[in-house]
Structure formats: structure tokens, C-alpha cells
Ligand binder design. Structure first.
Ligand code: C5P
Length: 393
């Protein structure tokens, strides 16, 4: 294993020396890049001695830059490891800032990146850091969860650097060839709500966040599939390796799905609005002070899932979702038949599931009901994608 190790400026930087020692003991090679802040916590000499390699600290090393040293450093690595990934480094990575050697490398590299964060608990929990974390993960960077415990600053909570042995295990996992059981398959996913215009400023919508559908698209891409994600109006980052088509209304979504066919698997996760205004007003509807308003005429939207179920281009595996607030399983069973799907994945949305990050799902098919425990939506996505891959085996 050839590791390019980027060391950020935090008290946990001293543990990077231990990581270098462990990688060397495994027979791996390490090239260290130390940020200016990192050099306040660990010296280039320590890292050079442990890695038996030159340590790089500046982008302006003339000799190396004549040879495009920063590109060369990335070319020679199998994996880029950021340890510790400080709040500042994560922010610069998420924003695409390249103002030193470390961040220039991170912007220029085409190698997989593993980040081991370490920072004060409130810095970790800050909305800015959490947003950066989500962005980095959505781009395919593996960001480890920090450990929880007493920190150097005396506070308690998540933010401690994972132990060097745990980082080494994550490095090994990154370098092991990933199973890509859906290679050669086309997976089509819908996600998010739809917006149905009433007039130029108003629309009918629902509380769908799009998170479960986006997590499924990320999991399908990681499993090797070609993924088309037809997304309603949500502001989530596009998962790495996914073709995204943005739509607004149910009819636009139906047309985008139709245009993306054929596919091997279709997973209809979108909370498509059941109705739209029969005729959206060309001008803003006004109140006239009478206390009355002309009733809004609604018509039913096309059912995209049922349409696929009856289509000549029906995918081999057709999966629908069923968001229910009561009688979750009986309603899902009825939908399985009505929509001509192979599986209906039912979830109880009477709590905060539509906007939340966790989900409890029941997979209903002709062979029965399989209930998964409550998990993060990313884990639910991986569990479903494993089952999808099994169905094609
Ligand atoms: O009938 P219901 O809306 O509860 O069914 C949910 C399932 O049907 C989801 O998979 C959803 O994406 C899909 N659906 C659809 N087109 C609609 C309504 C629902 O594809 N117009």
C-alpha cells in the first residue's frame, strides 16, 4: 500500500506519527504532507524518520514544482489519507479551496480519499462542519466517525481522532477491491417531492426530503451500477457517479423516467404529488375580500410506478415505496398488487421520517415481509442494494 498522508493542524496530529509507524510495519510506504498548522504539532523530522521518506510542507518547493510535484505525489499513491482532518481542512476540502500544498493535492487527486476527523466537540457538531461532512461524503470521500470521549481540551463528546489501529483497518478496507455486484446494470431511481403549480407563485408539495432516494442512488453507484436519479425539487448534493435529472412536476418526472428507459431495476422513491391543479392560473390568484375563494379544481397525476408495472419496457426488478401513517403492511400489500411491483418498501412516516435521517422499513414481496431494524438512511440503502444484487445473482 502506498499512502499519501496529509496531516492537519490539531493536537491529534501527534497520533499521525503512530499511524506512519503502523503502515510501515505492514510493509506499506508513506509520504507525508504537513500543513503549516500541522507543523506546529509534529515536526517534519519526526515524520521523515518514521516514514523514511521526504516530508512535504510547501507548494512553493521550486524543484518539485518544476516537475509538477503535487501531481506526482498523488500519482504515486494508492490512497490519500487525511489525519487528522481538522474542521478547517474539511471546510477547505468541501469548498474546493486550494491555498496550500495539502488542499491543492486534495483538489487535484483522482485517488480515493479517507479522512479521519479530530476536533473539539462543538466544532464537530457545528452545522457548518456537519454540512461539510455531508458534502464530502456525497462526493465519495470516506469520512470516518470520530471517537467519543474526553478530549485534550477537557470536554467530552464526539471529536476524538479514531485510534491509529482503527484508521489502519479503514485504510485496509479502502484498498481491498470493493464488490461491485451491479456492474453492467442500469438502476433508475426517483426521489424527493414534486411541486405542482397552482399559479406562478404557489404550488402543492409534500414533506419529502429526498434523502432516502439519494442514499439509494449513492449505494447503487457504489455497487457498480449505472445510475439515473430523477430528482424532484430538493437541494441535496448529487452522489458521486450518479446521473441526475432535475424535475419539478409529476408529469415532468414521468417523462424523465420514460426517457431514461430501459433499465434493469427501477426504484420509485419519490413522493409524487397525487393531484395537480386542473389548470394552473397564468396570473397570481387574488383574494377579493368576500371571504370566498373559487374552488381549486384538482386532477390526478399519472402514476409513474404503476405505469412502469404495466409497460412493455417493465424493468426486471420494479420497486416502489409506500409512505404510510397507519396500517403500514396491509396498505403495502395492496399497493404491491395494484401497482404491479415486485417489492414495496413500506415505511411509517407518522414520525419525522420524511425529513429525518433514520428510517425503519419493511420489504413486502410475494414471498412475505422482511422488516429491517431502524437505521440511518444510508445503511437502509446499502441493505436494500445488497438485496437487489442478490436478486440478480
Ligand atoms: O400510491 P402511493 O403514492 O402511496 O404509492 C407510492 C409509490 O408509488 C411510490 O413508489 C411512489 O414513488 C410511486 N408513485 C408514482 N407516481 C405517482 C404516485 C406514486 O410513481 N403518481
Amino acid at each position: 500500500m502506498r499512502i499519501l498522508l496529509i496531516i492537519g493542524g490539531g493536537i491529534a496530529a501527534y497520533k499521525a506519527s503512530e499511524l506512519v509507524r503502523l503502515i510501515r510495519r505492514e510493509g506499506g510506504s508513506v509520504t507525508c504532507v504537513l500543513t503549516e498548522a500541522g507543523a506546529h504539532f509534529v515536526t517534519p523530522l519526526t515524520l521523515a524518520a518514521l516514514s523514511e521518506n521526504a516530508v512535504h510542507t510547501t507548494l512553493w518547493d521550486l524543484k518539485n514544482e518544476v516537475e509538477m510535484g503535487h501531481i506526482q505525489l498523488s500519482r504515486e499513491a494508492d490512497l490519500v489519507v487525511v489525519c487528522p482532518a481538522t474542521a478547517d481542512l474539511m471546510a477547505r476540502m468541501a469548498a474546493g479551496i486550494a491555498n496550500d500544498l495539502a488542499t491543492t493535492l486534495l483538489l487535484a487527486t483522482d485517488k480515493p480519499v479517507l479522512a479521519a476527523p479530530a476536533m473539539n466537540v462543538r466544532m464537530w457538531q457545528h452545522a457548518a462542519t456537519q454540512a461539510n461532512l455531508a458534502t464530502l461524503r456525497a462526493r465519495g470521500i470516506t469520512v470516518m466517525d470520530p471517537d467519543e470521549g474526553v478530549m485534550a481540551c477537557g470536554e467530552f463528546g464526539p471529536g476524538r481522532l479514531p485510534e491509529p489501529e482503527a484508521i489502519l483497518a479503514a485504510i485496509r478496507a479502502q484498498l481491498a477491491p470493493l464488490p461491485r455486484p451491479l456492474t453492467g446494470r442500469h438502476v433508475l431511481i426517483t426521489a424527493g417531492p414534486t411541486h405542482e403549480p397552482i399559479d406562478p407563485v404557489r404550488y402543492i408539495a409534500n414533506r419529502s426530503s429526498g434523502r432516502q432516494g439519494f442514499a439509494l442512488a449513492a449505494a447503487a453507484a457504489q455497487a457498480g451500477a449505472r445510475v439515473t436519479l430523477v430528482a424532484g425539487p430538493v437541494s441535496l448534493p448529487t452522489p458521486a457517479g450518479v446521473d441526475r435529472i432535475d424535475v419539478e412536476t409529476a408529469r415532468e418526472m414521468a417523462a424523465a423516467v420514460e426517457a431514461a428507459l430501459p433499465c434493469d431495476v427501477a426504484i420509485m422513491v419519490a413522493a409524487v404529488a397525487d393531484w395537480r391543479a386542473a389548470e394552473a392560473a397564468g396570473q397570481k390568484r387574488k383574494k377579493d375580500g368576500s371571504g370566498q375563494i373559487a374552488p381549486l379544481q384538482l386532477v390526478e397525476n399519472p402514476d409513474i410506478l404503476a405505469g412502469l408495472g404495466a409497460s412493455a419496457a417493465r424493468p426486471r426488478l420494479l420497486i416502489g415505496f409506500a409512505a404510510e401513517t397507519e396500517q403500514v403492511i396491509p396498505h403495502a400489500k395492496a399497493k404491491l398488487a395494484r401497482k404491479g411491483a415486485d417489492w414495496i418498501i413500506a415505511n411509517d412516516v407518522s414520525g419525522d421520517v420524511m425529513g429525518g435521517t433514520a428510517n425503519t422499513v419493511h420489504i413486502v414481496s410475494a414471498s412475505g415481509v422482511e422488516s429491517l431494524p431502524r437505521m440511518d438512511k444510508a445503511d437502509v440503502a446499502h441493505a436494500i442494494m445488497t438485496k437487489v444484487a442478490d436478486a440478480f445473482r
